[in-house]
Write a protein that binds this ligand. Structure first.
Ligand code: FAD
Ligand code: SF4
Length: 467
Protein backbone atom coordinates (compact mmCIF):
# COMPACT_ATOMS: atom_id res chain seq x y z
CA UNK A 1 0.00 0.00 0.00
CA UNK A 2 1.36 3.47 -0.86
CA UNK A 3 1.53 6.22 1.77
CA UNK A 4 -1.33 8.07 0.02
CA UNK A 5 -3.40 4.94 -0.11
CA UNK A 6 -3.02 4.17 3.58
CA UNK A 7 -3.80 7.81 4.47
CA UNK A 8 -6.94 7.59 2.33
CA UNK A 9 -7.89 4.30 4.05
CA UNK A 10 -7.72 5.80 7.52
CA UNK A 11 -9.58 9.00 6.56
CA UNK A 12 -12.49 7.40 4.72
CA UNK A 13 -14.86 4.89 6.22
CA UNK A 14 -15.61 1.67 4.39
CA UNK A 15 -19.00 2.17 2.73
CA UNK A 16 -21.72 -0.37 3.49
CA UNK A 17 -23.26 -1.97 0.39
CA UNK A 18 -26.89 -0.97 -0.16
CA UNK A 19 -29.75 -2.04 -2.42
CA UNK A 20 -30.13 0.18 -5.47
CA UNK A 21 -32.68 2.96 -4.67
CA UNK A 22 -34.70 2.45 -7.86
CA UNK A 23 -35.16 -1.23 -7.02
CA UNK A 24 -35.61 -0.99 -3.26
CA UNK A 25 -38.38 1.65 -3.39
CA UNK A 26 -40.74 -1.15 -4.42
CA UNK A 27 -39.64 -3.92 -2.07
CA UNK A 28 -39.46 -4.39 1.70
CA UNK A 29 -36.02 -6.04 1.73
CA UNK A 30 -33.37 -4.48 3.90
CA UNK A 31 -31.74 -1.36 2.43
CA UNK A 32 -28.26 -1.83 3.90
CA UNK A 33 -26.75 -5.22 3.05
CA UNK A 34 -24.03 -5.37 5.71
CA UNK A 35 -20.24 -5.71 5.63
CA UNK A 36 -18.44 -8.80 4.37
CA UNK A 37 -15.73 -10.11 6.78
CA UNK A 38 -13.06 -8.40 4.61
CA UNK A 39 -14.87 -5.04 4.71
CA UNK A 40 -15.38 -5.32 8.47
CA UNK A 41 -11.70 -6.09 9.09
CA UNK A 42 -10.68 -3.18 6.85
CA UNK A 43 -12.95 -0.77 8.71
CA UNK A 44 -11.88 -2.11 12.11
CA UNK A 45 -8.25 -1.41 11.17
CA UNK A 46 -9.09 2.33 11.11
CA UNK A 47 -9.70 2.42 14.87
CA UNK A 48 -6.87 4.21 16.69
CA UNK A 49 -7.37 2.11 19.85
CA UNK A 50 -7.36 5.31 21.90
CA UNK A 51 -5.98 5.02 25.43
CA UNK A 52 -8.93 7.12 26.62
CA UNK A 53 -11.72 5.90 24.29
CA UNK A 54 -14.38 8.60 24.27
CA UNK A 55 -16.62 6.47 22.06
CA UNK A 56 -17.51 4.33 25.13
CA UNK A 57 -18.74 7.42 27.01
CA UNK A 58 -20.98 8.22 24.03
CA UNK A 59 -22.66 4.80 24.16
CA UNK A 60 -25.56 4.79 26.67
CA UNK A 61 -24.88 1.16 27.61
CA UNK A 62 -21.06 1.42 27.49
CA UNK A 63 -20.20 -1.34 25.04
CA UNK A 64 -16.40 -2.01 25.14
CA UNK A 65 -16.01 -0.49 21.67
CA UNK A 66 -12.24 -0.44 21.01
CA UNK A 67 -11.94 -3.98 22.37
CA UNK A 68 -14.61 -5.47 20.12
CA UNK A 69 -13.26 -3.53 17.12
CA UNK A 70 -9.77 -4.92 17.81
CA UNK A 71 -11.20 -8.45 17.85
CA UNK A 72 -12.83 -7.83 14.44
CA UNK A 73 -9.56 -6.43 13.07
CA UNK A 74 -7.86 -9.66 14.14
CA UNK A 75 -10.61 -11.74 12.50
CA UNK A 76 -11.85 -13.05 15.85
CA UNK A 77 -15.56 -12.40 15.29
CA UNK A 78 -16.72 -14.76 18.07
CA UNK A 79 -14.68 -12.78 20.57
CA UNK A 80 -16.09 -9.52 19.18
CA UNK A 81 -19.72 -10.56 19.73
CA UNK A 82 -18.85 -11.96 23.16
CA UNK A 83 -17.49 -8.56 24.16
CA UNK A 84 -20.53 -6.71 22.78
CA UNK A 85 -22.90 -9.09 24.57
CA UNK A 86 -21.34 -8.25 27.92
CA UNK A 87 -23.15 -4.92 27.59
CA UNK A 88 -25.96 -5.32 25.03
CA UNK A 89 -28.77 -7.80 24.63
CA UNK A 90 -29.84 -6.56 21.17
CA UNK A 91 -26.67 -5.84 19.13
CA UNK A 92 -28.17 -6.76 15.74
CA UNK A 93 -30.97 -4.27 16.46
CA UNK A 94 -28.76 -1.46 17.82
CA UNK A 95 -26.21 -1.88 15.02
CA UNK A 96 -29.05 -1.09 12.63
CA UNK A 97 -31.20 1.57 14.29
CA UNK A 98 -29.11 3.39 16.91
CA UNK A 99 -28.40 7.04 16.08
CA UNK A 100 -24.64 6.35 16.34
CA UNK A 101 -23.80 9.69 14.72
CA UNK A 102 -25.13 11.39 17.88
CA UNK A 103 -23.67 8.87 20.31
CA UNK A 104 -20.49 6.74 20.12
CA UNK A 105 -19.44 7.88 16.63
CA UNK A 106 -19.91 11.53 17.57
CA UNK A 107 -17.18 11.08 20.21
CA UNK A 108 -14.78 9.06 18.03
CA UNK A 109 -11.32 10.66 18.07
CA UNK A 110 -10.84 9.91 14.39
CA UNK A 111 -14.03 11.86 13.68
CA UNK A 112 -12.27 15.12 14.58
CA UNK A 113 -10.03 14.91 11.51
CA UNK A 114 -11.83 12.44 9.25
CA UNK A 115 -14.89 10.21 9.12
CA UNK A 116 -15.45 8.44 12.46
CA UNK A 117 -15.02 4.68 12.64
CA UNK A 118 -18.27 2.99 11.51
CA UNK A 119 -18.97 1.58 14.98
CA UNK A 120 -22.63 0.78 14.21
CA UNK A 121 -21.86 -1.10 11.00
CA UNK A 122 -19.19 -3.11 12.86
CA UNK A 123 -21.57 -3.93 15.71
CA UNK A 124 -24.15 -5.08 13.18
CA UNK A 125 -21.52 -7.19 11.38
CA UNK A 126 -20.47 -9.00 14.56
CA UNK A 127 -24.09 -9.64 15.59
CA UNK A 128 -25.10 -10.94 12.15
CA UNK A 129 -22.01 -13.13 11.99
CA UNK A 130 -22.93 -14.69 15.35
CA UNK A 131 -26.51 -15.22 14.24
CA UNK A 132 -25.42 -17.01 11.08
CA UNK A 133 -22.76 -19.11 12.74
CA UNK A 134 -24.11 -20.07 16.11
CA UNK A 135 -27.39 -21.53 17.35
CA UNK A 136 -29.07 -21.04 20.66
CA UNK A 137 -28.41 -19.00 23.75
CA UNK A 138 -25.03 -19.36 25.40
CA UNK A 139 -26.20 -17.91 28.68
CA UNK A 140 -25.57 -19.96 31.80
CA UNK A 141 -28.52 -19.61 34.16
CA UNK A 142 -27.77 -19.98 37.87
CA UNK A 143 -29.96 -21.96 40.29
CA UNK A 144 -33.53 -20.49 40.36
CA UNK A 145 -33.93 -17.84 43.06
CA UNK A 146 -37.64 -18.61 43.49
CA UNK A 147 -38.51 -14.95 42.84
CA UNK A 148 -41.15 -14.09 40.22
CA UNK A 149 -41.08 -10.85 38.26
CA UNK A 150 -43.72 -9.51 35.87
CA UNK A 151 -42.68 -7.30 32.98
CA UNK A 152 -45.37 -5.27 31.24
CA UNK A 153 -44.54 -4.46 27.62
CA UNK A 154 -42.13 -6.30 25.33
CA UNK A 155 -40.31 -3.36 23.70
CA UNK A 156 -36.55 -2.90 24.10
CA UNK A 157 -36.96 -1.74 27.74
CA UNK A 158 -39.02 -4.78 28.79
CA UNK A 159 -36.98 -7.30 26.79
CA UNK A 160 -33.68 -6.04 28.21
CA UNK A 161 -35.02 -6.02 31.76
CA UNK A 162 -36.30 -9.58 31.25
CA UNK A 163 -32.96 -10.79 29.88
CA UNK A 164 -30.91 -9.27 32.69
CA UNK A 165 -33.19 -10.67 35.41
CA UNK A 166 -33.53 -14.13 33.84
CA UNK A 167 -29.71 -14.34 33.72
CA UNK A 168 -29.73 -13.98 37.49
CA UNK A 169 -32.06 -16.95 37.97
CA UNK A 170 -35.37 -15.12 38.48
CA UNK A 171 -38.62 -16.38 36.92
CA UNK A 172 -39.85 -13.83 34.37
CA UNK A 173 -43.26 -13.42 32.76
CA UNK A 174 -43.76 -10.72 30.12
CA UNK A 175 -47.29 -9.41 29.48
CA UNK A 176 -47.68 -7.89 26.00
CA UNK A 177 -50.84 -6.17 24.70
CA UNK A 178 -50.24 -7.02 21.02
CA UNK A 179 -50.18 -10.48 19.44
CA UNK A 180 -46.42 -10.36 18.85
CA UNK A 181 -43.53 -9.39 21.14
CA UNK A 182 -40.99 -6.66 20.32
CA UNK A 183 -42.80 -3.33 20.77
CA UNK A 184 -41.84 -0.66 18.25
CA UNK A 185 -39.17 -3.02 16.88
CA UNK A 186 -41.95 -5.14 15.34
CA UNK A 187 -44.92 -2.82 14.94
CA UNK A 188 -43.19 0.48 14.12
CA UNK A 189 -39.76 0.21 12.49
CA UNK A 190 -40.27 -1.25 9.00
CA UNK A 191 -38.76 -4.45 7.62
CA UNK A 192 -36.51 -2.53 5.20
CA UNK A 193 -34.65 -1.01 8.19
CA UNK A 194 -34.97 -3.81 10.71
CA UNK A 195 -35.96 -7.27 9.43
CA UNK A 196 -38.41 -8.97 11.77
CA UNK A 197 -36.38 -12.21 11.74
CA UNK A 198 -33.63 -10.32 13.61
CA UNK A 199 -36.02 -9.32 16.41
CA UNK A 200 -37.55 -12.83 16.44
CA UNK A 201 -34.08 -14.35 16.84
CA UNK A 202 -33.32 -12.21 19.91
CA UNK A 203 -36.75 -12.97 21.41
CA UNK A 204 -36.15 -16.71 20.86
CA UNK A 205 -33.05 -16.41 23.03
CA UNK A 206 -35.30 -15.17 25.82
CA UNK A 207 -37.61 -18.16 25.38
CA UNK A 208 -34.60 -20.45 25.54
CA UNK A 209 -33.55 -19.06 28.90
CA UNK A 210 -37.04 -19.69 30.29
CA UNK A 211 -38.76 -16.30 29.92
CA UNK A 212 -42.51 -16.71 29.43
CA UNK A 213 -44.22 -14.25 27.08
CA UNK A 214 -48.01 -13.84 27.35
CA UNK A 215 -49.31 -11.97 24.29
CA UNK A 216 -52.76 -10.38 23.75
CA UNK A 217 -52.64 -9.31 27.41
CA UNK A 218 -53.54 -5.65 27.92
CA UNK A 219 -52.52 -4.88 31.50
CA UNK A 220 -55.06 -2.48 32.96
CA UNK A 221 -57.88 -4.31 31.17
CA UNK A 222 -57.22 -8.07 31.34
CA UNK A 223 -55.37 -7.86 34.63
CA UNK A 224 -54.31 -4.88 36.74
CA UNK A 225 -50.90 -4.07 38.18
CA UNK A 226 -52.38 -4.50 41.66
CA UNK A 227 -53.50 -8.04 40.77
CA UNK A 228 -50.05 -8.73 39.27
CA UNK A 229 -48.39 -7.61 42.52
CA UNK A 230 -50.44 -10.19 44.47
CA UNK A 231 -48.81 -12.96 42.44
CA UNK A 232 -45.33 -11.58 41.65
CA UNK A 233 -42.51 -10.28 43.87
CA UNK A 234 -41.81 -7.26 41.66
CA UNK A 235 -42.90 -5.68 38.42
CA UNK A 236 -41.31 -3.60 35.64
CA UNK A 237 -43.48 -1.35 33.46
CA UNK A 238 -42.13 -0.71 29.95
CA UNK A 239 -45.29 0.17 28.07
CA UNK A 240 -43.76 2.81 25.76
CA UNK A 241 -45.36 5.97 24.44
CA UNK A 242 -47.60 4.72 21.68
CA UNK A 243 -50.56 7.10 21.89
CA UNK A 244 -50.64 9.12 18.63
CA UNK A 245 -50.88 12.92 18.70
CA UNK A 246 -52.98 14.80 16.18
CA UNK A 247 -52.78 18.41 15.03
CA UNK A 248 -56.35 19.39 15.90
CA UNK A 249 -57.05 20.75 12.40
CA UNK A 250 -60.22 20.42 10.32
CA UNK A 251 -60.52 17.18 8.35
CA UNK A 252 -58.42 14.89 10.57
CA UNK A 253 -61.36 12.50 10.93
CA UNK A 254 -61.77 11.96 7.16
CA UNK A 255 -61.29 8.51 5.64
CA UNK A 256 -57.73 8.26 4.37
CA UNK A 257 -56.17 10.04 7.37
CA UNK A 258 -53.97 7.81 9.53
CA UNK A 259 -51.75 8.33 12.51
CA UNK A 260 -48.26 7.07 11.62
CA UNK A 261 -48.57 4.45 14.38
CA UNK A 262 -51.75 3.00 12.91
CA UNK A 263 -50.37 3.12 9.37
CA UNK A 264 -47.09 1.43 10.31
CA UNK A 265 -48.78 -1.14 12.56
CA UNK A 266 -51.13 -2.10 9.73
CA UNK A 267 -48.22 -2.36 7.30
CA UNK A 268 -45.69 -4.10 9.59
CA UNK A 269 -47.46 -6.17 12.20
CA UNK A 270 -50.77 -6.80 10.43
CA UNK A 271 -49.12 -7.40 7.01
CA UNK A 272 -51.56 -5.10 5.19
CA UNK A 273 -49.32 -5.25 2.10
CA UNK A 274 -50.57 -8.81 1.61
CA UNK A 275 -54.31 -7.95 1.82
CA UNK A 276 -56.60 -9.91 1.23
CA UNK A 277 -54.32 -12.84 2.18
CA UNK A 278 -54.05 -11.05 5.55
CA UNK A 279 -57.29 -9.41 6.63
CA UNK A 280 -56.06 -5.85 7.32
CA UNK A 281 -56.72 -3.44 4.46
CA UNK A 282 -54.75 -0.23 3.94
CA UNK A 283 -55.56 2.67 1.63
CA UNK A 284 -52.68 4.13 -0.33
CA UNK A 285 -53.99 5.79 -3.51
CA UNK A 286 -51.67 7.67 -5.83
CA UNK A 287 -50.46 10.56 -3.67
CA UNK A 288 -49.54 10.31 -0.01
CA UNK A 289 -48.57 13.19 2.29
CA UNK A 290 -46.80 12.49 5.58
CA UNK A 291 -46.78 15.31 8.10
CA UNK A 292 -43.67 15.49 10.30
CA UNK A 293 -39.88 15.36 10.00
CA UNK A 294 -38.73 12.64 12.40
CA UNK A 295 -37.73 8.99 11.97
CA UNK A 296 -41.35 7.93 12.21
CA UNK A 297 -42.30 10.26 9.33
CA UNK A 298 -39.43 8.88 7.20
CA UNK A 299 -40.53 5.30 7.95
CA UNK A 300 -44.14 6.10 7.02
CA UNK A 301 -43.33 7.89 3.76
CA UNK A 302 -40.91 5.19 2.61
CA UNK A 303 -43.46 2.50 3.53
CA UNK A 304 -46.12 4.34 1.48
CA UNK A 305 -43.80 4.27 -1.56
CA UNK A 306 -43.24 0.56 -1.15
CA UNK A 307 -46.98 -0.05 -0.84
CA UNK A 308 -47.46 1.47 -4.30
CA UNK A 309 -47.92 5.25 -3.89
CA UNK A 310 -46.85 6.99 -7.10
CA UNK A 311 -45.85 10.10 -5.18
CA UNK A 312 -45.03 10.28 -1.50
CA UNK A 313 -44.08 13.52 0.21
CA UNK A 314 -42.99 14.87 3.55
CA UNK A 315 -44.66 18.07 4.72
CA UNK A 316 -42.50 19.69 7.38
CA UNK A 317 -42.85 23.12 8.93
CA UNK A 318 -39.15 23.87 9.43
CA UNK A 319 -36.17 23.52 7.05
CA UNK A 320 -34.09 20.39 6.35
CA UNK A 321 -31.51 21.48 8.95
CA UNK A 322 -34.04 21.23 11.77
CA UNK A 323 -35.43 17.81 10.76
CA UNK A 324 -35.10 15.46 13.76
CA UNK A 325 -34.83 12.29 11.61
CA UNK A 326 -31.43 10.65 11.23
CA UNK A 327 -29.45 12.13 8.30
CA UNK A 328 -29.04 8.64 6.87
CA UNK A 329 -32.83 8.09 6.79
CA UNK A 330 -33.46 11.47 5.12
CA UNK A 331 -30.78 10.64 2.56
CA UNK A 332 -32.32 7.21 1.88
CA UNK A 333 -35.79 8.73 1.51
CA UNK A 334 -34.45 11.34 -0.90
CA UNK A 335 -32.66 8.67 -2.97
CA UNK A 336 -35.88 6.67 -3.20
CA UNK A 337 -37.74 9.62 -4.70
CA UNK A 338 -39.59 11.00 -1.66
CA UNK A 339 -40.51 14.67 -2.20
CA UNK A 340 -39.98 17.25 0.53
CA UNK A 341 -42.34 20.18 1.06
CA UNK A 342 -40.25 22.07 3.62
CA UNK A 343 -41.19 25.25 5.51
CA UNK A 344 -44.78 24.17 4.98
CA UNK A 345 -47.53 23.50 7.51
CA UNK A 346 -50.99 21.99 6.95
CA UNK A 347 -53.94 24.16 8.02
CA UNK A 348 -56.81 21.82 7.05
CA UNK A 349 -57.50 18.57 5.28
CA UNK A 350 -60.19 18.83 2.60
CA UNK A 351 -62.49 15.92 1.77
CA UNK A 352 -65.21 14.82 -0.64
CA UNK A 353 -67.84 12.17 0.25
CA UNK A 354 -65.96 11.53 3.47
CA UNK A 355 -62.58 10.81 1.78
CA UNK A 356 -59.44 12.94 1.69
CA UNK A 357 -58.99 14.97 -1.51
CA UNK A 358 -56.32 17.54 -0.67
CA UNK A 359 -54.43 19.20 2.11
CA UNK A 360 -54.36 22.97 2.44
CA UNK A 361 -50.99 24.29 3.62
CA UNK A 362 -49.33 27.55 4.44
CA UNK A 363 -45.71 28.48 3.80
CA UNK A 364 -43.56 29.17 6.86
CA UNK A 365 -40.45 31.18 7.62
CA UNK A 366 -38.07 30.72 10.52
CA UNK A 367 -38.03 33.19 13.42
CA UNK A 368 -36.17 33.20 16.75
CA UNK A 369 -35.07 29.91 18.39
CA UNK A 370 -37.69 28.33 20.70
CA UNK A 371 -37.20 26.29 23.93
CA UNK A 372 -35.77 23.36 21.91
CA UNK A 373 -33.09 25.69 20.46
CA UNK A 374 -34.56 25.32 16.97
CA UNK A 375 -35.81 28.38 15.09
CA UNK A 376 -39.61 28.69 15.38
CA UNK A 377 -41.67 28.45 12.22
CA UNK A 378 -43.95 31.46 11.53
CA UNK A 379 -46.75 31.34 8.96
CA UNK A 380 -46.36 33.62 5.93
CA UNK A 381 -49.63 35.55 5.56
CA UNK A 382 -51.61 34.87 2.39
CA UNK A 383 -49.36 31.97 1.26
CA UNK A 384 -52.05 29.25 1.53
CA UNK A 385 -52.10 26.62 -1.23
CA UNK A 386 -53.58 23.14 -1.78
CA UNK A 387 -51.81 19.86 -2.49
CA UNK A 388 -54.03 17.12 -4.00
CA UNK A 389 -53.58 13.89 -2.00
CA UNK A 390 -55.42 10.59 -1.40
CA UNK A 391 -53.91 9.76 1.98
CA UNK A 392 -52.56 11.86 4.85
CA UNK A 393 -50.36 10.29 7.54
CA UNK A 394 -49.77 12.28 10.71
CA UNK A 395 -46.37 11.71 12.30
CA UNK A 396 -46.01 14.59 14.76
CA UNK A 397 -45.24 12.54 17.87
CA UNK A 398 -46.84 10.28 20.44
CA UNK A 399 -47.71 10.39 24.13
CA UNK A 400 -48.20 8.01 27.07
CA UNK A 401 -51.03 5.51 26.75
CA UNK A 402 -53.24 6.10 29.80
CA UNK A 403 -54.73 2.58 30.18
CA UNK A 404 -52.16 1.23 32.60
CA UNK A 405 -51.36 4.36 34.65
CA UNK A 406 -55.05 5.16 35.13
CA UNK A 407 -55.85 1.67 36.39
CA UNK A 408 -52.97 1.58 38.91
CA UNK A 409 -53.43 2.98 42.42
CA UNK A 410 -50.96 5.57 43.72
CA UNK A 411 -48.65 5.45 40.70
CA UNK A 412 -47.17 8.96 40.50
CA UNK A 413 -47.32 10.51 37.02
CA UNK A 414 -46.01 13.81 35.67
CA UNK A 415 -48.31 16.34 34.02
CA UNK A 416 -47.93 14.66 30.61
CA UNK A 417 -48.98 11.27 32.02
CA UNK A 418 -45.49 9.70 32.10
CA UNK A 419 -44.49 7.61 35.12
CA UNK A 420 -42.22 9.36 37.63
CA UNK A 421 -39.25 7.22 38.71
CA UNK A 422 -36.02 7.51 40.65
CA UNK A 423 -33.41 8.19 37.94
CA UNK A 424 -30.84 5.82 39.38
CA UNK A 425 -33.08 2.81 39.94
CA UNK A 426 -36.29 3.18 37.94
CA UNK A 427 -38.25 2.78 41.20
CA UNK A 428 -41.78 4.24 40.93
CA UNK A 429 -43.85 5.71 43.77
CA UNK A 430 -45.03 2.14 44.54
CA UNK A 431 -42.84 -0.37 46.37
CA UNK A 432 -41.70 -3.25 44.16
CA UNK A 433 -42.87 -1.52 40.97
CA UNK A 434 -40.23 -0.17 38.58
CA UNK A 435 -40.55 1.50 35.18
CA UNK A 436 -38.36 2.60 32.28
CA UNK A 437 -38.17 3.43 28.57
CA UNK A 438 -40.55 5.72 26.67
CA UNK A 439 -43.27 5.49 29.37
CA UNK A 440 -40.89 7.41 31.64
CA UNK A 441 -38.96 9.66 29.23
CA UNK A 442 -41.47 10.16 26.42
CA UNK A 443 -40.52 9.01 22.89
CA UNK A 444 -36.75 8.48 22.84
CA UNK A 445 -34.51 5.78 21.38
CA UNK A 446 -34.09 2.02 21.47
CA UNK A 447 -30.75 2.23 23.26
CA UNK A 448 -32.05 4.58 25.96
CA UNK A 449 -34.99 2.23 26.57
CA UNK A 450 -32.55 -0.68 26.82
CA UNK A 451 -30.37 1.30 29.22
CA UNK A 452 -33.40 1.96 31.42
CA UNK A 453 -34.39 -1.73 31.36
CA UNK A 454 -30.88 -2.74 32.37
CA UNK A 455 -30.66 -0.19 35.18
CA UNK A 456 -34.05 -1.23 36.57
CA UNK A 457 -33.09 -4.94 36.40
CA UNK A 458 -30.09 -4.25 38.64
CA UNK A 459 -32.28 -2.34 41.10
CA UNK A 460 -35.00 -5.03 41.05
CA UNK A 461 -32.40 -7.71 41.77
CA UNK A 462 -31.03 -5.72 44.72
CA UNK A 463 -34.58 -5.12 45.98
CA UNK A 464 -35.47 -8.82 45.76
CA UNK A 465 -32.34 -9.90 47.54
CA UNK A 466 -33.29 -7.72 50.51
CA UNK A 467 -36.96 -8.59 51.00
P1 FAD B 1 -42.04 0.22 23.03
O1 FAD B 1 -41.03 -0.21 22.04
O2 FAD B 1 -43.08 1.20 22.61
O3 FAD B 1 -42.74 -1.06 23.63
C1 FAD B 1 -43.80 -0.98 24.53
C2 FAD B 1 -44.61 -2.26 24.48
O4 FAD B 1 -45.56 -2.25 25.53
C3 FAD B 1 -45.40 -2.40 23.18
O5 FAD B 1 -45.18 -3.69 22.64
C4 FAD B 1 -46.86 -2.23 23.62
O6 FAD B 1 -47.76 -2.98 22.84
C5 FAD B 1 -46.81 -2.74 25.06
N1 FAD B 1 -47.86 -2.19 25.90
C6 FAD B 1 -48.32 -0.91 25.97
N2 FAD B 1 -49.30 -0.81 26.88
C7 FAD B 1 -49.48 -2.05 27.40
C8 FAD B 1 -50.36 -2.59 28.37
N3 FAD B 1 -51.25 -1.82 29.00
N4 FAD B 1 -50.28 -3.92 28.64
C9 FAD B 1 -49.36 -4.72 28.01
N5 FAD B 1 -48.51 -4.24 27.08
C10 FAD B 1 -48.56 -2.94 26.78
N6 FAD B 1 -35.39 4.63 18.02
C11 FAD B 1 -34.11 4.47 17.62
O7 FAD B 1 -33.21 4.38 18.45
N7 FAD B 1 -33.79 4.40 16.29
C12 FAD B 1 -34.74 4.44 15.32
O8 FAD B 1 -34.41 4.36 14.15
C13 FAD B 1 -36.09 4.57 15.72
N8 FAD B 1 -37.09 4.56 14.80
C14 FAD B 1 -38.39 4.59 15.21
C15 FAD B 1 -39.40 4.44 14.26
C16 FAD B 1 -40.72 4.41 14.66
C17 FAD B 1 -41.79 4.23 13.62
C18 FAD B 1 -41.06 4.58 16.03
C19 FAD B 1 -42.50 4.59 16.48
C20 FAD B 1 -40.06 4.74 16.99
C21 FAD B 1 -38.72 4.72 16.58
N9 FAD B 1 -37.69 4.81 17.51
C22 FAD B 1 -36.38 4.67 17.11
C23 FAD B 1 -37.97 4.97 18.96
C24 FAD B 1 -37.83 3.64 19.69
O9 FAD B 1 -38.38 2.60 18.94
C25 FAD B 1 -38.48 3.73 21.07
O10 FAD B 1 -37.85 4.77 21.79
C26 FAD B 1 -38.35 2.42 21.85
O11 FAD B 1 -38.93 1.35 21.14
C27 FAD B 1 -38.98 2.53 23.23
O12 FAD B 1 -38.92 1.28 23.85
P2 FAD B 1 -39.93 0.86 25.01
O13 FAD B 1 -39.56 -0.52 25.39
O14 FAD B 1 -39.94 1.91 26.04
O15 FAD B 1 -41.38 0.90 24.35
FE1 SF4 C 1 -11.55 3.77 17.96
FE2 SF4 C 1 -12.88 6.10 17.58
FE3 SF4 C 1 -13.26 4.68 19.85
FE4 SF4 C 1 -10.87 5.92 19.42
S1 SF4 C 1 -12.88 6.90 19.72
S2 SF4 C 1 -11.21 3.82 20.20
S3 SF4 C 1 -10.71 5.70 17.17
S4 SF4 C 1 -13.80 4.01 17.74
Amino acid sequence: MTENNSKETILTRTPIPEQDPAKRRSNFDEVALGYTPEMAMKEAARCLQCKRPLCIDGCPIHIPIPQFIKAIKEGNFEKAIGLIKTASFLPAVCGRVCPQEDQCEKNCTLGKKAEPVAIGYLERFAADYAMQNRNGADVKIPKPTGKKIAIVGSGPAGLTCAYELARLGHKITIFEALHDAGGVLVYGIPEFRLPKRIVAHEINLLNEIGVEIVTNAVVGKLITIDEIMEEFNACFIGTGAGLPKFMGIEGENLNGVYSANEFLTRANLMKAYAFPEYDTPIKIGKRVAVIGGGNVAMDAVRTALRLGAREAMIIYRRSANEMPARKEEIHHAFEEGVQFELLTSPVRIIGEDGWVKSVECVRMELGEPDKSGRRSPIAVKGSEFKIPVDVVIIAIGTGANPILPQSTRKLALNKCGYIIVDEETGQTSREGIFAGGDIVTGSATVILAMGAGKKAAKAIHEYLMHI
